[in-house]
Design a protein around this ligand. Structure first.
Ligand SMILES: NC(=O)c1ccc[n+]([C@@H]2O[C@H](COP(=O)([O-])OP(=O)(O)OC[C@H]3O[C@@H](n4cnc5c(N)ncnc54)[C@H](O)[C@@H]3O)[C@@H](O)[C@H]2O)c1
Length: 152
């Protein structure tokens, strides 16, 4: 891959910041796109930072235009299981519309590679079962259901 710029949504968060560190070590430039709702600016130390909200298509497009990323690693999401059970509409709105927005922006800028950070919540409660990639999915809340749909 000659273009070494990767857009990392949620790059200020737990998983995203570690992904940025690994990308940097591998010779890539990770550009963090994050609204800092749950992340830490001090963890963005492996590449540039662009503050923005995932549903904000104008801002996202600006960032794509500026950096022309070769791929997206998508870690930005609301991810509190308890809150998702209490307020599923919020999760469907933010996590689904935000993800669709990033896909549309990628299409508009000819960016064809994405890695989506899914969750084992797609499998639900399956006691005694060794969870594997092909294990049937039985999510029991909005958080798991959304990841199951987006993973397809
Ligand atoms: N932590 C876990 O145990 C775990 C396990 C499996 C999967 N995951 C998945 O990995 C992903 C990242 O999880 P994490 O634990 O790093 O979470 P995190 O909360 O630490 O990081 C998420 C980041 O996304 C940002 N963000 C949230 N909504 C945003 C929005 N609308 N626009 C821009 N930025 C936004 C937050 O500010 C934060 O920096 C999630 O999709 C989560 O479902 C996490």
């Amino acid at each position: 891959m000659s273009n070494k710029t990767i857009l990392v949504t949620g790059g200020a968060g737990y998983f995203g910041s570690h992904a940025c560190k690994a990308l940097r070590r591998a010779g890539f430039t990770p550009v963090t796109y994050d609204n800092l709702e749950a992340g830490w600016l001090e963890m963005v130390k492996f590449g540039p930072f662009e503050k923005g909200d995932l549903p904000d298509s104008t801002r996202l497009s600006e960032v794509f235009h500026r950096w022309n990323p070769a791929a997206v690693l998508h870690f930005s999401a609301l991810n509190q299981v308890g809150e998702a059970a209490r307020d599923p509409g919020k999760y469907w709105t933010y996590n689904v519309s935000g993800s669709i927005n990033i896909l549309n922006t990628m299409v508009g800028h000819g960016c064809k590679r994405i890695v989506f950070s899914s969750t084992c919540a797609i499998y639900g409660d399956q006691d005694g079962v060794l969870l594997q990639e092909g294990t049937p999915q039985h999510p029991i809340n909005a958080y798991g259901s959304i990841s199951a749909i987006l993973r397809i």
